[in-house]
Design a protein around this ligand. Sequence first.
Ligand code: LER
Ligand code: MN
Length: 277
Amino acid sequence: LIERDNAMKLSISIVDKAGDMAPFVLRGDFSRSIRLAKTIGYDAVEMHVTNPESIDINEIRDLCERESISVSSIGTGMARTVDGLSFVSNDRELRTKTAERMKSFIKAAQTLGSVVIIGLIKGLIPPGEDYHSFESRVVDMLNICLEEAEKRGVTLVLEAINRYESNFLVNADETLAFIHKFKSDHLKIHLDTFHMNIEEPDMAKSIIKCKGFLGHMHFADSDRRYPGHGHIRFKEVLNALDQAGYSGYIAIECLAMPDPMETAKRTLEYLRSLEHN
Ligand code: LER
Ligand code: MN
C-alpha cells in the first residue's frame, strides 16, 4: 500500500428526504447516515439541508466528533427545490429570505467546520431574459454571503452546473472569471464531474486551470451513477486534482442506484483501487 501525503478524502452525500432521482446517496435520519458513512469507511459526509434552523447542528457536531468523521460541506440546493429560494428571483421578498437562509447555512458551516455550496440555489434567469441584467442580483447576494462568511471564517464554493440545470455559471471558465471579480479568499470554485463531462472540452485541463481556487469537488459518473459505472476517466481526474494541488474533499453526489448501500460501497472500492495503482 502506497501512503501518500495527499491521500484522497472521501465524503458521501446525505439527505433526510429527497426524490428518487435526486443525486444523493444516504437517505433518512442524519445521525443514522453519519454512523453508516463512518462504518462504510468514508472520511466525511456532505449534508444536503433545506433549512438548518430545523435541525440540531450542535448535536450533529457532537456526533461527528464522537464518530471521528467530518462534515465536508453543506449543500443548499434543497432550499430552492423545496422552498423555492433563489439568488435571482424577481420577488424581492424571496431574495431577502434567500439571504437570511444563506446566513443560517454559513452559521451552521462555522459550527461544523464545512464549506457552503452555492449550486442550484443560484436560481434560473427567466426565459428570454439575459444574464447581464441579472448579474447585479447575483453579485449583491454573494456580497451579503461573503460578509457573513468572512465574519465566521467559512468558505463558500460556487458550483459550475451544466446548461440543462442552470443558465449561468455553467462551466469552469465562466465560474472562475466570476469568482475572480470578488478577490476574496472565502470564495472558491466548485467542480462536479457530472457537469464537467457535459461542459468541459478537457476535464483534466479545466481542473488544472482552477489551481489555487478550487474549493470543492463532486464526483458522479457520466450517467450520474456511482464512479466506475459510466465512462468518466477518474484516474485522469485524480491526477489532475493532484496537479492542481487540491487537498479538499471529494464528495460523492450521485444517484442512489441500485440502492444507497451498494452505491456508497462500490464508489469507495472503485476510487480506492484507482488511488493505489
Ligand atoms: C448540485 O451539487 C448539483 O450538482 C446539481 O446538479 C443538483 O442536482
Ligand atoms: Mn454537484
